[in-house]
Design a protein around this ligand. Structure first.
Ligand code: MG
Length: 273
């Protein structure tokens, strides 16, 4: 696999409430479990509560992975992961009233062998570039996206609508959540990209596709975030790009030169501020 991830404050905000989690094939937990995981969370809430929410969510997903990931993942297992993560964020806000009402989006994909499961809540997105065609695999859980699905708003109206940031489903703001969880097929040379709305609010899908086509996967996340910042950078922006160059997924041996090369040449990091 070839992977990049990057998160950035943007040009306007004072703190970064986005977070991402990448468990690449050359990481210890992935080698042990023979599974990879990619996730983006966009936090919301007063003061710095959004940062707290997205950090708790990523930590909980990582802990769940270490305890549960394996070669027989199922929809109910991911439902349990969303439930645990929601409880962690919800529980923290119950114990810390200054964070009351905080929450976060969570878009994640877990992949093993030649299989992948996607879990999603909120308006972060997962796209797949296959050949010449890029599709958005997740549905935004926002009020305007629902109006678009009902035919009451056009996508162009939704992009600039004053209430476009209001989410219809979010992690951590209620005791229970209903995530979208689905299997998705993967093919050799597929490129997947997940991102927060700081990317998609600033640059349109056509531009996102151009960036994915014109750049190597190990550079594309930074390029997407830079493009969002050049377009105004009004929100924190985060992108995770991962490309399948062989299937079934291969995991390097723990003590191998291949593992070191993967570690050195892919750009998996949380980025600067
Ligand atoms: Mg955002």
């Amino acid at each position: 696999m070839r992977i990049s991830s990057y998160t950035h404050l943007g040009m306007v905000r004072r703190n970064n409430e986005d977070a991402c989690l990448v468990i690449p094939p050359w990481s210890g937990p992935a080698i042990e479990r023979q599974v990879c995981l990619f996730a983006v969370a966009d936090g919301m809430g007063g003061q710095n509560a959004g940062e707290v929410a997205s950090a708790i969510a990523m930590k909980t997903v990582a802990e769940w992975f270490s305890a549960n990931a394996g070669n027989a993942m199922s929809v109910p297992m991911l439902e349990e992961m969303f439930s645990q993560t929601n409880s962690a964020v919800w529980g923290y806000s119950q114990d810390h009233p200054e964070t009351s009402g905080m929450g976060n989006t969570l878009t994640m994909m877990i992949t093993w062998g030649d299989k992948a499961l996607v879990g999603h809540i909120g308006d972060s997105r997962l796209y797949r570039l296959r050949g010449d065609s890029m599709v958005q695999l997740t549905n935004d859980h926002s009020l305007v996206a629902e109006q678009v699905r009902l035919g009451k708003l056009t996508p162009e109206q939704a992009r600039v609508h004053p209430t476009r940031h209001i989410l219809s489903r979010v992690m951590g703001s209620r005791q229970f959540v209903v995530p979208d969880i689905f299997e998705t097929d993967i093919q050799v040379n597929d490129v997947f990209m997940m991102c927060s709305d700081g990317v998609t609010g600033m640059i349109e899908d056509a531009r996102i596709k151009d960036i994915l086509v014109e750049n190597q996967p190990e550079n594309a996340a930074v390029k997407l975030v830079e493009a969002a910042n050049r377009a105004g950078g009004k929100d924190n922006s985060t992108a995770v790009v991962f490309a399948f160059d062989q299937l079934p997924l291969a995991f390097p041996a723990r003590y191998s030169f291949e593992r070191l090369l993967n570690h050195l040449f892919n750009k998996v990091n949380a980025g600067g501020v």
